[in-house]
Design a protein around this ligand. Structure first.
Ligand SMILES: [Zn+2]
Length: 230
């Protein structure tokens, strides 16, 4: 088995975008949106001005390649989205601190009353890779420590992945990515409101995985533990 704790680079800043770059590129996109997306959907935006009523909450990774609105081709107002490193849901905790995901979950489930929560992991996830390699373990906050602490939520699942696949390589990374979805689903069920609403049939939880390499969405069958492409 390979030695765990590698030095591979987990976060890439490389881009293949043509110029203009950065904010200029975004502003050019904004102008297209104003000319096309906004103008052609004026009624939609007028309706949304009254409020939002999305049926689905999606928890996804912050990775720039896996935008849920793009993957699911939805309009504004259709999905309530939280994105973070590795699409993680922390467990229900009442410890001091700022619980951003918990706040968003609470808002979606209790206020918006979404009917479904989808956790969507993805291929080539740098957060999951770092969880696997532990290359950021022991770093200070601001120097990798926030990431290390966040993805330590995957430590228990990691043990099984490392046992079965080692701590590096494509098979181990994919196993870690899929395991991460299951960890987030399990953590979702530590929230009393989620548990209660799932039991009563008011809320459905789904695990999914988007494979960047082939663009296929896989859905978890929780009875078998397997992800299958749609
Ligand atoms: Zn990711």
């Amino acid at each position: 088995m390979a030695k765990c704790g590698g030095t591979s680079r987990v976060m890439s800043t490389e881009t293949t975008d043509d110029s203009p770059r950065g904010l200029d590129r975004l502003i050019a996109g904004y102008r297209r949106f104003r000319a096309n997306g906004w103008a052609s959907n004026r009624q939609r935006w007028a309706d949304l001005r009254e409020g939002q009523q999305p049926d689905v909450m999606i928890i996804a990774c912050s990775d720039s390649r896996v935008d849920p609105a793009q993957i699911f081709d939805v309009d504004p107002g259709e999905v309530f989205v939280v994105r973070n490193v590795a699409a993680m849901v922390p467990p229900f905790e009442t410890s001091p601190g700022h619980h951003g995901v918990s706040a968003a979950l609470e808002f979606a489930v209790q206020i918006l009353k979404v009917k479904e929560v989808v956790v969507m992991g993805h291929g080539m996830c740098g957060g999951c890779k770092a969880a696997l390699s532990r290359e950021l373990a022991g770093t200070k906050p601001g120097e990798g420590g926030f990431i290390a602490d966040w993805i330590a939520m995957l430590d228990e699942a990691r043990e099984e992945v490392v046992h079965d696949h080692g701590c590096e390589g494509a098979a181990a990374e994919r196993a870690m990515e899929l395991a991460g979805v299951k960890v987030s689903l399990a953590n979702l069920r530590t929230f009393p409101c989620v548990r209660q609403k799932e039991r009563s049939g008011e809320l459905k939880l789904t695990g999914a995985f988007f494979a960047i390499s082939d663009g296929l969405l896989h859905v978890l069958d929780e009875a078998t533990g397997h992800f299958a492409p749609l």
